[in-house]
Design a protein around this ligand. Structure first.
Ligand code: UDX
Length: 441
């Protein structure tokens, strides 16, 4: 058992802290945000993540998990400090490291002796060395710091599962002693550990996310060609994915990737390459394709109707993917903004992301309490997130509720042969359009 402090109770910090407590370590999570810490001390999770609240309760009750806003208190006698603060993107796409260096200063002020600092936040290659330098230079009392890069690969909505069942744990360090301590901390997870140097560990994170984003943009490009040549993207992706060299995951065509990682990390990697005078052409295309893909449904609707002025549009799903309330960089936001420009009258619905969407979309749209309410009298429905609730929604309800049952499905939620049983006009991604003969408009 180790005594650990985690700086930052955002998505990564909180999940990491809670899971390290669950495997037996003594963990204190710190955040400057008083409200967030108050929520956590109340036993509630400030983010929507299946299974997280249960683990918070258990580990607080068993006294392995604490929350505080006080760095001095949290750092008292700790052996290891994890940095999991945000690195949002600057206007130019580079990572903003203000929170990282603020946390480094807190360590300089409150820690003495020997400390291992583990960087979980995604930071540009070379940053970990600068963190070590900053902590040592500003230390108020003699301090020996070892910095370890330990990137996270958690998916929102599956973060607890991924922590216990990840494919690998990457530990990048120039200190054998520090690397051994972090390996020992992670041992109970029973996941293969990859040891490397700090810069390679930093790069593994960016390269992995960029590669996954590339897979998505690649399949989305193939889906556009499929539409034009009369092929079916679902069959094509399946056929490709059976080749183990390609792999079947991340070949789901749709309306592009969103969320807090892929958009930010791809742009940051283009910047990192630019800083060493390399133009990352491939990744720049991946980003451009994704920006275009997010607007695919409006493009299809404009092609179908000519103008969207005054049309009643139901937006089904707002989160950037199912099982999360996160709308950061979600296709829904750019889609809605574009539809408003085109003069559409919009009603939105999401099972859990309504509150977060409200903060962005304000009173520009109507908010429905259910799928049925959103669809009532709509001229078209745009499916943005593949929630189970949407996938399992009876198709006859589209027919019954909508003024004209025309669906633009950005996530290929339905089988074409099922749609064919109803008087629904159906446009999806990379598949044939289904025209309902019974429809008049
Ligand atoms: C991702 C990485 O998976 C994770 O390893 C990293 O640490 C953080 O970024 P996350 O953003 O939570 O995780 O979601 P993920 O499930 O990877 O999906 C990202 C986006 O890609 C979503 O918008 C999703 O809809 C889209 N996506 C994913 C596709 O469009 N097609 C796919 O085949 C897979």
């Amino acid at each position: 058992m180790r005594k650990i402090a985690i700086v930052g109770t955002g998505y990564v910090g909180l999940v990491t802290g809670v899971c390290l407590a669950e495997i037996g370590h003594q963990v204190t999570c710190i955040d400057n945000n008083v409200d967030k810490i108050a929520t956590l001390l109340d036993g509630k999770s400030p983010i929507y993540e299946p299974g997280l609240e249960k683990l918070i309760h258990r580990n607080m009750a068993e006294k392995r998990l604490e929350f505080t806003t006080n760095h001095r208190e949290a750092f008292f006698k700790v052996e290891v400090i994890y940095l999991a603060v945000g690195t949002p993107q600057n206007r130019d796409g580079s990572a903003n490291l203000d929170c990282i260096f603020q946390a480094a200063r807190e360590i300089s002020e409150h820690v003495s002796g020997e400390i291992v600092v583990v960087v979980k936040s995604t930071v540009p290659v070379g940053t970990n060395d600068k963190i070590k330098q900053s902590i040592e230079e500003n230390a108020l009392s003699p301090l020996k710091v070892d910095v370890v890069s330990n990137p996270e690969f958690l998916r929102e909505g599956h973060a607890i599962y991924d922590t216990f069942h990840g494919d690998r744990i990457v530990i990048g360090s120039s200190s054998k002693r520090a690397a051994a301590i972090i390996a020992e901390i992670n041992e109970p997870f029973n996941i293969p550990i990859i040891h490397t140097d700090v810069r390679s560990a930093e790069m593994i994170k960016y390269a992995s996310n960029a590669f996954l984003a590339t897979k998505i943009s690649f399949i989305n490009e193939i889906s556009t060609i499929c539409e034009k040549v009369g092929a079916n993207i679902e069959d094509v992706a399946y056929g490709m994915g059976q080749d183990s060299r390609i792999g079947s995951q991340f070949l789901k065509a749709g309306i592009g990737y969103g969320g807090s990682c892929f958009p930010k990390d791809t742009k940051a990697l283009v910047q990192i390459a630019g800083n060493v005078k390399h133009t990352f052409d491939l990744l720049e295309s991946v980003i451009r394709i994704n920006n275009h893909q997010q607007l695919k449904l409006v493009e299809k609707a404009l092609l179908r109707f000519g103008s969207l002025k005054g049309m009643r549009v139901a937006i089904l799903g707002l989160a950037f993917k199912p099982n999360t309330d996160d709308v950061r960089e979600a296709a829904s936001i750019v889609l809605v903004e574009r539809l408003l420009e085109e003069g559409g009258r919009i009603t939105v619905y999401d099972p859990v992301a309504m509150d977060n969407a409200r903060k962005i979309l304000m009173n520009e749209v109507n908010y429905a309490d259910s799928l049925r309410e959103a669809l009532y009298q709509a001229d078209m429905a745009l499916i943005v997130t593949e929630w189970d609730e949407i996938k399992e929604f009876p198709l006859e309800e589209f027919e019954k509720l909508m003024a004209t049952p025309i669906i633009f499905d950005g996530r290929n939620c339905y089988r074409l042969e099922d749609i064919e049983q109803y008087a629904i006009e159906y446009h999806s991604i990379g598949r044939a359009m289904i025209k309902a003969t019974q429809l008049t408009s």
